[in-house]
Design a protein around this ligand. Structure first.
Ligand code: NAD
Ligand code: MG
Length: 399
């Protein structure tokens, strides 16, 4: 039997992190939990560390780290507790780590994802924002370091599964002319534009098919999630934006499709449950169980498809425009979106104003080429300032 794989799970207390641990629990002989990382939920991470005998826990928040350290010491655990964002990046690059589940939400996940790539780990990428921001830079690092990047996002994982045998993200797939991302349409698929202005955060987070963290749930409701996924697909699969299509498929059974030059379309189907792509990536290139129930197609009966409505969901078009502009534009889009979504969740901004804020920030900020990581980080910081100024207007902010 081969030695167990040393696994780091960043964002272990979140939706993807918890699903990952539930799959790991089904295969205890195959994995060692080397690192668990999160921002501040120390009680949850302490329980996870005890259950999975984690070697290291990293909490970004120092107070939470101190509480976790005391709690683990009190119960005689040998788990080491570190604190801070740098400790997170150091922990994933360590020799006891072979694979990294990058499942921190938002731009906060960029530095640890990049550290894992640079250390040539197998990177299971859920943190799409890191890829949208750093784009070509991250993909260049993947090639330079010889890291393997396995997509966790259900659509991209589906596409990865439909690619030619031996294909790895970052390569050009021979014979592939187009990929088609499916979208559930979110909770407001049938809501008229007039009623969308006053929807609440809880309504926006009540996704009809997927149970996810609050940020990605709002992104799914605006369709920005699909926009970020278009950019993600161009980078992972080396395709221009015009060759990445989006189709609304409310049943969320077909997770995406790949079209080949000969007219063949391959699709991956499954229950809408993230444990399937997580298990596929953890087991790759083998297969093992995920705990997900088999699909009953007769019970589902019908699979339907419709085009996205760009008028009610302008975010998808904004993301496409940023993909075409390239350079810093996707980082600007992502940063403005993160600020606007947080303001919506805090009830400081209406739902329909999310796209309006992003649009204004993009208009104000000309895209420039990305030569180094600092270009991305500067664009991110400037876009955040502009978006914040738009939401809480202060004189002269847009001068
Ligand atoms: P979540 O909100 O449930 O969890 C987020 C995790 O990130 C938590 O563990 C939190 O502690 C950690 N975190 C937040 N800020 C941090 C910081 N500054 N430093 C360190 N850790 C921090 O989110 P989620 O739904 O699990 O999504 C995680 C990522 O996976 C996102 O990028 C999302 O787009 C992507 N994704 C999620 C799903 C899903 O079904 N949930 C599907 C596809 C892709
Ligand atoms: Mg997705």
């Amino acid at each position: 039997m081969s030695a167990p794989c040393g696994l780091a799970i960043l964002g272990s207390t979140g939706s993807i992190g918890r699903s990952t641990l539930s799959v790991v629990a089904l295969h205890p002989e195959k994995f060692r939990v080397a690192v668990l990382g999160a921002r501040s939920s120390w009680q949850v991470i302490v329980e996870q560390a005890k259950q999975f005998r984690a070697e290291t826990v990293v909490l970004v928040d120092p107070k939470a780290a101190a509480l976790a350290r005391a709690a683990l010491r009190d119960c005689g655990s040998t788990t080491r507790v570190e604190c801070g964002a740098e400790a997170l990046a150091d922990a994933v690059a360590a020799d006891n780590v072979h694979a990294v589940m990058a499942a921190i939400v938002g731009a906060a996940g960029l530095s640890s994802t990049l550290a894992a790539v640079r250390a040539a780990k197998r990177v299971l990428l859920a943190n799409k924002e890191a890829l949208v921001m750093a784009g070509q830079l991250l993909m260049d690092e993947v090639r330079r370091a010889g890291a393997a990047l396995i997509p966790i996002d259900s659509e991209h994982n589906a596409i990865f599964q439909c690619m030619p045998a031996g294909y790895l993200p970052g390569e050009v797939a021979r014979g592939v002319i187009r990929v088609i991302l499916t979208a559930s349409g979110g909770p407001f698929r049938c809501t008229d534009l007039g009623s969308m202005e006053h929807v609440t955060p809880d309504q926006a987070c009540a996704h009809p098919k997927w149970k996810m963290g609050r940020k990605i749930s709002v992104d799914s409701a605006t369709l920005m999630n699909k926009g970020l996924e278009v950019i993600e697909a161009t980078l992972l699969f080396g395709l221009p934006e015009r060759n990445v299509d989006v189709i609304v498929h409310p049943q969320s059974v077909v997770h995406s499709l790949v079209e080949y030059a000969d007219g063949s379309m391959l699709a991956q189907l499954g229950a809408p449950d993230m444990r399937t792509p997580i298990a596929q990536a953890l087991a790759w290139p083998e297969r093992f169980t995920s705990g997900v129930q088999s699909l009953n197609l007769a019970e589902i009966g019908q699979l339907t498809f419709e085009p996205p409505d760009h008028e009610r969901f302008p975010s998808l078009g904004l993301a496409r425009a940023a993909a075409r502009a390239g350079g810093t534009a996707p980082a600007v889009l992502n940063a403005a979106n993160e600020v606007a979504v947080q303001a919506f969740l805090d009830r400081r901004l209406n739902f329909t104003a999310i796209a309006a804020v992003i649009d204004k920030v993009l208009q104000h900020y000309d895209s420039s080429p990305v030569k180094a990581l600092d270009d991305v980080l500067d664009a991110d910081a400037t876009a955040r300032r502009l978006a914040t100024a738009l939401i809480e207007p202060s004189p002269g902010a847009f001068a």
